[in-house]
Write a new protein. Structure first.
Lengths: 116, 115
């Protein structure tokens, strides 16, 4: 079956703009998590959605938000972009939150966001 | 406060030898640990995991050891192969209430297998 699909793969934005990233999970997976990867901080958890509800949220400012649709596709939005938001944003999908099935999450290839 | 630490940013090992990647954690609530492997321009892929009730899990060339008292885990790759060259992330998770929180990752160790 198809893997996790993230679009776009690459994006360049200017400071102050906003951006929306998209993630289509593996068919049948209802949990979608978002992570930010930077060289200095590694992989950091942003938030997790399950059945259109945000279940968990990492330690990021309110400029970072997300949502999940009824087909489990998810979007994340970053408003008022800052230079420090430049990173690889990864989406991971899993069958259910909780239980060992969730911990073995499948990742997409990521969206490389560059803020200039 | 970094709850999962991989103190070696890079590790170089000769092909055929054992690669040992280390990971330390501070949160005693973590009850499940995972290793992910990441190639450039790709998302991390799941490699192997271990529950906190075990101290060893083996899958082919990969073995993960967990020392709960020391809050330390390690990934052993034997024998190391050129295709193992990648960045390895250690991750941990706490099960809470009705389900797991997000994964907490270390910063990764770049493993380089030399011919």
């Amino acid at each position: 079956k198809a893997g996790v699909t993230q679009t776009p793969r690459y994006l360049i934005k200017t400071r102050g703009q906003q951006v929306t990233l998209s993630c289509s999970p593996i068919s049948g997976h209802r949990s979608v998590s978002w992570y930010q990867q930077t060289p200095g901080q590694g992989l950091q958890f942003l938030f997790e959605y399950f059945s259109e509800t945000q279940r968990n949220k990492g330690n990021f400012p309110g400029r970072f938000s997300g949502r999940q649709f009824s087909n489990s596709r998810s979007e994340m939005n970053v408003s008022t972009l800052e230079l420090g938001d430049s990173a690889l944003y990864l989406c991971a999908s899993s069958h259910i939150p909780g239980g060992e099935a969730n911990t073995e999450a499948f990742f997409g290839q990521g969206t490389r966001l560059t803020v200039v | 406060d970094q709850q999962v630490k991989q103190n070696s940013p890079s590790l170089s090992v000769q092909e055929g030898r054992i690669s040992i990647l280390n990971c330390d954690y501070t949160n005693s609530m973590f009850d499940y640990f995972l290793w992910y492997k990441k190639y450039p321009a790709e998302g991390p892929t799941f490699l192997i995991s271990i529950s906190s009730i075990k101290d060893k899990n083996e899958d082919g060339r990969f073995t993960v050891f967990l020392n709960k008292s020391a809050k330390h885990l390690s990934l052993h790759i034997v024998p190391s192969q050129p295709g193992d060259s990648a960045v390895y992330f250690c991750a941990a998770v706490v099960y809470s209430g009705g389900g797991a929180d997000g994964l907490t990752f270390g910063k990764g160790t770049h493993l380089i297998i030399q011919p």
